[in-house]
Ligand binder design. Structure first.
Ligand SMILES: Cc1ncc(COP(=O)(O)O)c(C=O)c1O
Length: 452
């Protein structure tokens, strides 16, 4: 039998991140200032981010060194394993070979720690004392709480209210790592107070929580803002995942025919597939499929336009597939996928037809997650369960066609803090949330009239 776990040794961990920007056939559209609509310069972003990260955002260097201090922290859990899903393949009776790259072995339980450590490091280098951030499902907030803890930085987390209620243990984990957590919308910012005055029980959204964290950073001299996805430098930090996966597949003489991952803001999946893009640009036929929720389908149903990165229009305007910054996505359990927009790099590649997208419903993702848990053992987070569903669909197509395709699945995190969602599914209470064209049209009507 082919090996099940494919490990790399610490010395084989990549020592640089891969930057796709110099390899893109056409350059990315620049981010615009939310007030003036003009292209942003480094100085505009300086109140929010350390300069090193601003430079990474626009860098044209193909490889960027991972600082040694960051590498030594990565060694606590990296390289992560690549695992052949023999038992899932058997259950599906498919000739497909499914490999999953498992990021749930990080202490925070997901890929998010890859960028959290890097971001905390650069902030520390530039003397930042405090960081403000948002979190949806709590994965990003807990990763940054640990990242900040490693470097002695104070952290304030605005946690989307619905997740704050659904996932108390994620909050406690953040607090264990020293963070201060509030439910968003909160009374701590103007953005939060305004929304609460209009709708006291507002469930919150990632866009809303971003507004609060950006305002916090913009109004405190000692504080910077940190984002766990979407931006180029975040995707860059995640490329350690795909570079490892590529090396691991080489060890078993394999190359993917299909790469599948879930997309919320796009970071785990871009980190997995970007290192394969140079091959694809040279003519390799690998298919790259982004899995998103039917209830929040930015790529499959969104508009490619400039929109605010947050809900109230304080964050920069990004050219992206968007459902409209005022759209409040339905309360699916995959809180990390409840975002109106998408990483500009992924949108650019989608627009150029270099990547595809597929949308899946919540109950179908849990059905696949439970099958995965019962065969492979790992209980996946609701977010990557979307990717598992799409990978299973592709493996089933292989069964029909008799093709032994190689599928690389990005398994971005475990679901140990999502057991209430599993409970709902197992007891038959979990429902699907329909995509609301009416609500999306309403939100799209409020797109800013700039840069189009
Ligand atoms: C485990 C996990 N996977 C995926 C995501 C989606 O984010 P991204 O698209 O940036 O990877 C999240 C976001 O919270 C997450 O927690």
């Amino acid at each position: 039998m082919d090996p099940t776990k494919i490990h790399l040794d610490e010395k084989e961990m990549p020592t640089s991140w891969y930057n796709v920007q110099p390899d893109l056939p056409t350059p990315l559209a620049p981010p615009l200032h939310p007030g003036t609509g003009q292209p942003l310069g480094p100085d505009d972003l300086a109140p929010l981010f350390p300069m090193e990260m601003i430079m990474q955002e626009v860098s044209q260097e193909r490889y960027i060194d991972i600082p040694e201090e960051v590498q030594s922290i990565y060694h606590l859990w990296r390289p992560t394993p690549l695992i052949r899903a023999h038992r899932l393949e058997k259950a599906l009776d498919t000739p497909a070979k499914i490999y999953y790259k498992y990021e749930g072995v990080s202490p925070a339980g997901s890929h998010k720690l890859n960028t959290a450590v890097a971001q905390a490091y650069y902030n520390k280098q530039e003397g930042v004392r405090r960081i403000a951030t948002e979190t949806g499902a709590g994965q990003w907030g807990s990763a940054l709480a640990l990242g900040c803890q490693y470097f002695g930085i104070e952290l304030k987390v605005y946690m989307v209210r619905v997740s704050y209620g659904q996932k108390p243990y994620r909050r406690i984990l953040m607090e264990t790592w020293g963070a201060n957590v509030v439910a968003s919308p909160s009374e701590d910012t103007n953005a939060g107070r305004t929304v609460l005055a209009q709708e006291p029980g507002h469930p919150g959204s990632l866009g809303m929580a971003i507004s609060e964290a950006v305002e916090d950073a913009a109004t405190h001299d000692d504080t910077k803002y940190s984002l766990g996805s979407v931006l180029n430098h975040v995707l860059l930090h995640q490329t350690v995942v795909g570079q490892e996966a590529k090396k691991q597949l080489e060890k078993v003489d394999a190359y993917p025919d299909i790469i599948v991952g879930c997309i919320g803001g796009g970071s785990n999946f871009a980190g997995t597939f970007l290192p394969f893009i140079p091959d694809k640009l040279k003519g390799n036929k690998v298919r790259i499929i982004c899995a998103e929720p039917e209830a929040c389908p930015s790529l499959t149903k969104g508009l490619y336009a400039y929109d605010f990165g947050d809900a109230v229009g304080m964050a920069p305007l990004l050219k992206m597939f968007t459902l409209g910054h005022t759209f409040v996505p339905p309360l699916i359990h995959a809180g990390g996928l409840r975002y109106h927009g998408m990483a500009p790099i992924i949108c650019h590649l989608y627009d150029q037809k270099l990547v595809e997208a597929a949308a899946v419903h919540q109950t179908a993702t849990f059905e696949s997650a439970v099958l995965f848990a019962r065969t492979e053992g790992i209980v996946p987070a609701p977010e990557p369960s979307h990717a598992i569903r799409v990978a299973i669909n592709e493996a089933n197509k292989c069964k029909q066609s008799g093709e032994a395709k190689t599928i690389l699945l990005a398994l971005s995190g475990h679901g140990h803090f999502d057991m209430a969602a599993y409970d709902e599914y197992l007891s038959g209470r979990l429902t699907d949330h329909a995509y609301s064209k009416e609500k999306v049209d309403e939100a799209l009507a409020q797109l800013p009239k700039v840069g189009s």
